[in-house]
Ligand binder design. Structure first.
Ligand code: HEC
Length: 131
């Protein structure tokens, strides 16, 4: 991931030198973040989360971009800051279930999940953040 961002910065840097226009500035500002956020799939954390989701029942209630029984994973990611505290809170919610943050429909408990796996799932969800 870091390498992609560096390459982007280098590329936009060269671009900015060749075309010293206002446009170049906009590109330099937005492009690296957009690419980094839009494609987190190369990160091992993302792959780990994806694997755990495949082996669990999350997809019965969650989709990435649409509300199903539960909120869209991307909406969850955009609601919270990407901090260790959020990862912790979400991991506990995934294990214990509960309701009230998105409405009155309860999330099922997953008490067979280890806290490490629940944290990996929370990290995966937060990687979908695009706001
Ligand atoms: C039976 C349906 C159901 C299943 C299965 C389910 N969820 Fe949920 N999930 C919900 C609902 C409903 C909510 C909203 C709860 C609320 O309002 O606080 C939710 C909320 C969440 C949240 C946000 C919690 C918050 O407090 O904002 C996360 C993260 C999450 N689910 C992850 C998962 C993961 C990961 C799995 C699989 C291990 C999973 N869910 C399985 C229904 C489900």
């Amino acid at each position: 991931m870091k390498r992609i961002i560096t390459i982007c910065l280098l590329t936009t840097g060269i671009y900015a030198c060749n075309n010293g226009t206002g446009d170049a500035k906009t590109v330099a500002k937005t492009e690296p973040t957009q690419i980094a956020k839009a494609d987190p799939t190369d990160s091992p954390e993302f792959q780990k989360g994806l694997e755990l989701i495949k082996n669990s029942d999350c997809a019965t209630c969650h989709k990435i971009d649409e509300k199903l029984i539960g909120p869209a994973f991307r909406d969850i990611a955009n609601k919270y800051p990407d901090t260790p505290e959020t990862i912790d809170t979400l991991a506990h919610k995934i294990i214990k279930g509960g309701q009230g943050n998105w409405g009155s429909i309860p999330m099922a408990a997953h008490d067979k999940l280890s806290i490490e796996d629940a944290k990996s799932l929370a990290k995966y969800v937060l990687l979908l953040k695009n706001k």
